[in-house]
Design a protein around this ligand. Structure first.
Ligand code: PMV
Length: 361
């Protein structure tokens, strides 16, 4: 499938005003996307668990304008007008205008809220951008009711990617691959696809407890971080490694080998941070408490043999990953040993989810 297929033909319907609403989840990458080409094309493939509890709800109200001029929209977070969100959404509208040519014909009100605390260090871009893209797709669906649900999801993922790369992995669940690669048939740089192969019971209902180690503003935005992979001394090897790791993950997912799974995802997390530490300029996004948590997870795993592992985003927070069957003992360990390393003792219990939901269509 190529970009042109997302450019609509003349619409069969028109709509004067209305409201659509979606809730869309966050996701956590197991194999990390870090480095991109023009138009949010990833330098390497990634795979993520879709989350369940961490999500954004967006209500999009629209009314047809008298005359077509520029983009006309207002953004609200938790009922509060947010003019500072305007530039990011405007850039998104500019990027997707060719695929949604009705955007200049309407006045929009975008009302959004997150289930996770704002400035918790949890990026809202994946859930937020995917929720907005889905709302816009619901509107387009009214102009083009003949659209299949498969095309709807594909285009929603395609548009989300243009808002924030990883957002394209939030439309569906429970394991999503983004970025063309040989291991996963049907994979694409343009949108996320459901992981199409066998997945062992061990990985169903996988748990993700997110430890909010540091809730401060990120030192480096992901845009800046991705760009630092241009000319990075280890870029070529890293991109090749992500392809290899995806190939290695396939038999692990099939057999349910938790030791191999943990080794692979922890190595991916530390590699992501190693890329930041070895870019120019260089960054350390982990905090002392990030390392305390990692060392305690390793010691606990050695002592108990339980299958607890971690992954990291481009920040200091730790995602503690473990199978549901071991949840009781591991959650007890988290509460007794790890929560002291969280800012204000804050953590979020999440688990694998199955994608976005329409609240109204
Ligand atoms: O979607 P972005 O541009 O915010 O980049 C996300 C990058 C990581 O979260 C670090 C990795 C990933 O694959 O989600």
């Amino acid at each position: 499938m190529i970009e042109q297929q997302f450019i609509p033909q003349a619409y069969s319907n028109t709509v004067s005003q209305g409201t659509v609403s979606w809730e869309s989840p966050s996701n956590i990458a197991l194999i990390k996307y870090w480095g991109k080409k023009k138009d949010q094309i990833p330098e390497n493939p990634s795979i993520s668990f879709t989350l369940n509890a961490c999500k954004t709800t967006t209500v999009l109200s629209y009314s047809k304008k008298e005359e077509t001029s520029g983009f006309d929209f207002e953004v609200y977070l938790d009922g509060e007008h947010k003019p500072d969100f305007q530039p990011k959404i405007k850039t998104f509208f500019e990027r997707v205008f060719v695929y949604l040519p009705f955007l200049k014909d309407y006045s929009f009100k975008i009302e959004t809220s997150n289930t996770f605390p704002h400035s918790s260090g949890i990026a809202s871009s994946a859930s937020g951008m995917s929720a907005l893209a889905l709302c816009l797709m619901s509107l387009e669906n009214q102009f083009a009711p003949e659209m299949t649900s498969e095309f709807f999801n594909k285009k929603a993922s395609f548009l989300s990617r243009l808002g924030s790369g990883s957002a394209c992995r939030s439309i569906e669940g429970d394991l999503i691959v983004w970025g063309e690669n040989k291991t996963v048939k049907g994979s694409s740089d343009l949108f996320g696809v459901k992981y199409p192969y066998a997945v062992h019971e061990n990985f169903k209902s996988y748990q993700d407890t997110i430890l909010l180690v540091d809730k401060g503003e990120k030192q480096v935005s992901s845009t800046v971080g991705h760009n630092l992979m241009h000319g990075h001394p280890f870029a070529v090897q890293r991109f090749a490694q992500a392809h290899d790791n995806l190939a290695k993950l396939k038999p692990i997912l099939e057999s349910g080998d938790l030791d191999a799974f943990i080794a692979l995802i922890e190595s991916e997390a530390l590699t992501l941070h190693a890329m930041m530490m070895t870019s120019m300029p260089y960054f350390i996004l982990m905090k002392p408490n990030t390392l305390e948590v990692i060392n305690k997870i390793w010691a606990f795993r050695k002592e108990t043999g339980l299958n607890v592992g971690f992954t990291l985003d481009a920040g200091a927070n730790v995602h503690v990953l473990y199978p549901k069957a071991e949840a009781e003992a591991i959650l007890d360990f988290i509460k007794k040993e790890l929560v002291v390393h969280c800012q204000n003792g804050q953590f979020i219990c999440d688990e694998i989810g199955f994608g976005a939901k329409a609240l109204t269509k």
